[in-house]
Design a protein around this ligand. Structure first.
Ligand SMILES: [Zn+2]
Length: 230
């Protein structure tokens, strides 16, 4: 019986542990593809932006399928399907949300193992720009000729400190401190971005070794060695 007819026959929606594991591996392989594509640009003089964005989109879709399958695997309660066919991942999430709204227990979808790498990719670069101190941001103490305060916000000098003045009224000392803070912040950002690039390059290097090893040994289903002999 074709899989698409299963739902129509009233067979319970399901995802086996093995199925989930293979989907997890699919997500990991797509991450490997992305890492390799970024890395191979050092050796192949092509603009691979299209390939990278396509892989990024398909990676997103694959992770969504894994999460939806993990809900099926955990037997999350769902509202009845809208049609007789298998649900798309999006519909699984929506149907589970609907069931939760009617009182079902909320089940958290599992994250694929590849998502562990997000921590490396998405490292937020913490920048000391005083943005979280805005509430206490004082106004410039310089006054207009008529004695009215300008009301311009003062310049942030780093480490939680503000100057007494706005940018155009900075004293020489304040200006020096401001420039030095700006240089330090830029250097820190560069350093963190560099660190992230190194981590990505390291991961790509390991994936590459793995792929090269597979290329030598792995001929279980396709004889890749003869492909280049024609
Ligand atoms: Zn001012």
């Amino acid at each position: 019986m074709p899989v698409s007819d299963l739902a129509a026959t009233g067979v319970e929606e399901f995802a086996t542990p093995d199925g989930l594991e293979v989907l997890d591996q699919l997500c990991l392989t797509l991450l490997e593809c992305l890492l390799i594509t970024g890395d191979v640009q050092r050796e192949v003089g092509l603009n691979l932006d299209e390939l990278i964005s396509g892989l990024g989109a398909i990676q997103h879709t694959a992770r969504s399928a894994f999460r939806a399958a993990s809900l099926l695997n955990q037997r999350a309660e769902m509202e009845a399907a809208w049609g007789d066919y298998l649900s798309r991942p999006k519909a699984v999430f929506a149907r589970h949300h609907a069931a939760v709204r009617s009182g079902a227990r909320k089940v958290r979808p599992r994250e694929p193992a590849a998502a562990l790498f997000d921590a490396v990719i998405d490292t937020a670069v913490p920048i000391d720009d005083g943005a979280d101190l805005k509430a206490s941001k004082p106004s410039c103490t310089s006054t207009t000729k008529v004695g009215r305060a300008y009301g311009n916000s003062t310049v942030y000098l780093g480490s939680g400190e503000f100057a007494q003045h706005c940018y155009s009224h900075l004293t020489t000392v304040e200006r020096r401190r401001f420039e030095s803070h700006r240089r330090e912040a830029a250097a820190l950002e560069d350093h963190l971005l560099e660190e992230r690039a190194e981590q990505i390059a390291r991961a790509a290097g390991l994936v590459r070794l793995e792929w090269q090893r597979k290329r030598q040994t792995d001929q279980a289903w396709l004889d890749t060695h003869t492909a280049w002999q024609h």
